[in-house]
Structure formats: structure tokens, C-alpha cells
Design a protein around this ligand. Sequence first.
Ligand code: GSH
Length: 278
Amino acid sequence: MMPDLTAATPWGQNAFTSSGVIVHVVLRKLALEPNAQTPDSMRRCHSVRVHRAKLKGPAMQNLPVLYIGNKNYSSWSLRAWLGLRVAGVAFEEKLVPLRTEEWAAKAPVFSPSAKVPAFFDGQKTIWEALGILEYIADSQPDTMLWPLDVDVRAIARSVSLEMHGGFGPLRSSMPMNCRKSLPGLGRGPGVEKDINRIGEIFKMCRTRYGQGGDFLFGHFSIADAMYAPVVSRFKTYGVSLDPVGNAYMETILALPDMKEWYAAAATEEWVIEAEEVK
Ligand SMILES: N[C@@H](CCC(=O)N[C@@H](CS)C(=O)NCC(=O)O)C(=O)O
């Protein structure tokens, strides 16, 4: 069992976000169109934020902790963070800046893989963005993080895993950089093929499975969390898709949680030269 780092604060406030501890509580209600795969009990309205507060002291002690890296650069952190936020999971975030001495000291302690994201639920640590989101989907099914229908869920898992293990050329040539606008850059070998495949995925999901809402499978799912950093990259490097894909990208970028992530990234002062495309 990993040590309970939630209670320990030797790292100090500087290790965390500029706003300190952020606690986010949302009653996620799903506003789905009447849909054969959605029972009445699950047809609630989507992402209604009813409470957001900063809690201090004892009130936050039992919250799970999500360890993340720099918001400007850490695409895997964004996947887990956005999934938890849109799903309405209450958590405390702890940001440890990548490639710093602080990182070298802490990462092996908070995560078995020494990578972010890592999620400590008070008893155990879960790592890998997809592993964390799968855990929330399993342990809190009301979050509706996967489509209900088994067949549709299988497709959602397939596209999520395609993202988890694929698109290496795009990921290395177009590192996530929320602060920058670099249209036309990042076109390394193999990137065009990745862009085309991602465009196909967005179009296929939206047209076949997206009728119940604006996301890949209608309501927000893990698949959207997995592709959110790709949308961010396409914004940074000026990648345009077909009208269906472009509308989907607008939906992701307009999410209030996505905007909050961007606003925090804009205030970060760390610069990782190796991640900066010139
Ligand atoms: N497959 C992992 C990837 C995690 C990952 O590579 N995270 C990066 C930050 S975006 C990291 O921790 N890098 C630090 C390092 O490699 O030392 C996941 O899905 O979470």
C-alpha cells in the first residue's frame, strides 16, 4: 500500500496548483435524448455544476488525491483530470512540476511508475490515465463514464485504447502546449496519417454513436477524456478536420473544465525546452 500522502504536507503549497487545493463537486446529471441504450433512471441532465468550493483542513482530509504534472504540458494528466472533473468526482489535485528536483524526489513515492497521473483513493494508488478512469467507471457507475450499451461500450473502449497505445508520431511531433499557438508546425513524419485516422474516429463516433449529445458517444465518456489532449494539440498546431470533427473539437474546448485547465496552464511559469516546438 502506498503511504498516505494526502495527510502529509512536507512538500508545501508550492507543490500544488496556484490556487492550492481545488475541490470540485459536481452533481453530474446526464441530459440525454431519449435513447434505446439509456434507461429512464439514467436520463438526467448532463454536467450541471451545482457546487464548487475550496475546502481547507479537516473537510478535505478524506478526499482522494490526483497527482498531475504541469497543466501546460502534461497530456496524460489532463486525461485523468478532465474525466474526473466532468464525471463529478470530488478530489484534491496535487501538481508536481515535471523534470524538476522536486519531481525526481516525489514521483517515485506517489506513483509506482513514477509518472503522472496517479490517483490515491485513501487506501491504494491507481496509475495510468485509463486505469484511473476505468476504476472510477467501475466503482462509481453513476458517473456514466462508459456508454451503457455493451456493443457501444466496446467501440468506446477500442478508440480509447487506440489513443492509449497509438499515435506515437503525432504525440512526439506535436507535444501538448496549451499556452502556444503554432499553426503549421509539428508536421513530422507520420503525423498526417495520425491526423487522418483521428479525424476518421471523430467522424465515425459522432455520426454512428453521438446522437444523444455533443460528445463522441453522446454523453461525455472516457473516450472524450482520452482525446481531449489531441484536441488541444490540434488547436495549438492549427489542425483543421471536417465539419463534424471541427464541431466536436469546439465542444471539447468549450467545456468549462477545459477552460479552467487552460487558464491554470497560462499562469504556469515552468518552461520545458524539450517540449517546445520551434
Ligand atoms: N501511459 C501513461 C503515460 C504517463 C506519462 O508518460 N506521463 C508523463 C507526463 S504527461 C510523465 O509522467 N512523464 C514523466 C517521466 O517520464 O519522467 C498514462 O496513461 O498515464
